[in-house]
Design a binder for this molecule. Sequence first.
Ligand code: SF4
Length: 107
Amino acid sequence: MEKSIDDTRRFASMVSTKQGWELNPDAEFTESLLEGLTVNWNRYGYFLCPCRDSEGSREADSSVICPCAFAKPDVAEHGHCYCALYLKTGFTASGGVPGGIPDRRFS
Ligand code: SF4
């Protein structure tokens, strides 16, 4: 079933609450990631990470279905996930600025 951006927003809020993270407070940036997730859901049938390419199947993409397998270690180490959709609570409030981090997917 097709998802709307509001469905995806609810999903992302639920994930961040459950994990004890927060969504990136940059509303425009976050909106573009939520849009990417929505497009991916409606294209592939799962929330493929909006910052990564599909490898062709759900199985091949399983590690990068949001929230991806690398989000926890990335938030713990860098303060945010690879896309910077999810941040460690207080990351920006304490002066953190999300930046490019290495992708653990193929490492
Ligand atoms: S990096 Fe991981 S947690 Fe962050 S948006 Fe992409 S799939 Fe989701």
